[in-house]
Design a protein around this ligand. Structure first.
Ligand code: C5P
Length: 404
């Protein structure tokens, strides 16, 4: 990050105080920070504290004749290698998504031709509000990168998603974007995600309840750490993450082909709920209902096991780290341990999908990580949090093994 410049727009939220640490970290990593504060940000941190840590002047006003004489807002919006908005409040996100330009921060975001990374932070209800969901989707469509928010205790006393990503995480996301030096930078990782659809005829198919939320979160978390991620996804309902390369497939056979085409990779995470069977001789035309009430026979054949195939590739072709999932309803650890051996993968993330857990298709996951060293149960947490922990563990494992 040496000599790279970050235009840091500090929004008006309690998380603004974390920006002081973020500025310190960026500078420690060799970066330069040009700070911009919204008027509301000044209620949470002082411009003097921000300027002192950045060792640069702080820009606050759109119509400041001194600023305009020294550096106009258009020029200011273009001097950086990356524009970072932290905390990105609900209001700042709405303004950016709507294309407003009525203060310095929003005008810079409209005028910039530099990539933008936002670190949202707000009350959980505001984060979950339909308007914020819409604005987030618009921003992502517009190519804005997003880091966080994390789940946890909030300053307002509530618990849930809305806490700004920690300064270290934001730094990793910045580094990954401007100089490709996150903890898994340069590492290629394949992630499978979502259900598969196994056609019966052109209009009917066999599917399952996987939403693709866990796989998408893993792909995003690895991308945030700087990995080059290829996400091969079945027809999932979860939104596609911004950043990873997305390959859309329908059936298990197509997923197998796409994964093989995406190899070689340093790591592969198989989070897709791949159908075990496909219909033999799926019809090219719609099967007509038999008026006599006779049901059509469906002959099934086993699908290729993508995880097993990749885990058992010869050395040199096999990714250094192969991670599978095991959706279990009973004897979770014992079954996952046996599955790890059967498939030949390095790690299995086992989750209890018994009815009542709400895990399949839900927002949370309770996983046990089974490795060669044994089993380790993680506390039940949002899928985004599980993804973040897994991505960190993958980064550590690749670093420990010296995988280049
Ligand atoms: O055998 P089972 O379906 O329980 O294994 C689950 C794990 O194997 C998951 O990681 C899943 O993505 C992967 N899998 C696969 N191809 C299949 C079946 C499962 O990659 N045909």
């Amino acid at each position: 990050m040496q000599g790279k410049r970050v235009l840091l727009i500090i929004g008006g939220g309690i998380a603004a105080y974390k920006c002081l640490e973020l500025i310190r970290l960026i500078r420690k990593a060799g970066g330069v920070v040009t700070p911009v504060m919204t008027r509301a940000a000044g209620e949470f941190v002082t411009p003097l504290a921000v300027a002192s840590l950045a060792a640069e002047r702080v820009y606050t006003e759109l119509f400041d004749l001194t600023d305009e004489a020294e550096m106009g807002h258009i020029q200011l919006s273009r001097i950086a290698d990356l524009v970072v908005v932290a905390p990105a409040t609900a209001d700042l996100m709405a303004k950016t998504a709507g294309g407003h330009a009525d203060d310095l921060a929003s005008t810079l975001l409209m005028a910039t031709d530099t990539p933008v990374l936002i670190a949202p932070a707000m009350n959980v209800r505001m984060w979950e509000h339909a308007a914020t969901r819409r604005n987030l989707a618009t921003l992502m469509e517009d190519g804005v990168a997003v880091i966080g928010p994390n789940d946890g205790d909030m300053a307002c006393g509530e618990y849930g998603p809305g806490r700004m990503a920690e300064p270290e995480e934001i730094l990793a996301a910045i580094a990954a974007r401007i100089s490709g030096d996150g903890p898994v930078a340069g590492k290629r990782v394949i992630v499978t995600s979502g259900p598969t659809h196994e056609p019966i005829d052109p209009v009917r198919y066999i599917a399952n309840r996987s939403s693709g939320a866990q796989g998408s979160a893993i792909a995003k978390a690895l991308h945030d750490l700087g990995a080059e991620v290829v996400m091969v996804t079945g027809p999932a309902t979860a939104p596609r993450p911004q950043g990873p390369q997305i390959v859309e497939v329908e059936s298990a056979s197509e997923m197998m082909e796409a994964v093989q085409a995406a190899l070689p990779a340093q790591a592969a995470v198989f989070a897709a709920a791949v159908a075990d069977w496909r219909v033999v001789g799926a019809s090219d035309s719609k099967i007509k209902k038999d008026e006599s009430g006779k049901c059509p026979p469906l002959e099934m054949a086993e699908n290729p096991d993508i995880l097993k195939t990749v885990a058992q590739l010869p050395p040199g072709k096999r990714p250094a780290l192969v991670v599978g999932f095991a959706a279990e309803t009973d004897d979770v650890v014992a079954n996952a341990t046996a599955k790890r051996a059967r498939k030949g993968c390095d790690w299995i993330l086992a989750n209890d999908v018994s009815p009542g857990t709400g895990i399949m298709g839900g927002a949370e996951n309770a996983v046990t990580l089974v490795t060669a060293d044994g089993a380790e149960t993680w506390p039940r947490a949002p899928k985004t949090e599980v993804a973040r922990l897994l991505a960190q563990r993958i980064a550590e494992a690749l670093a420990d093994e010296g995988v280049a």
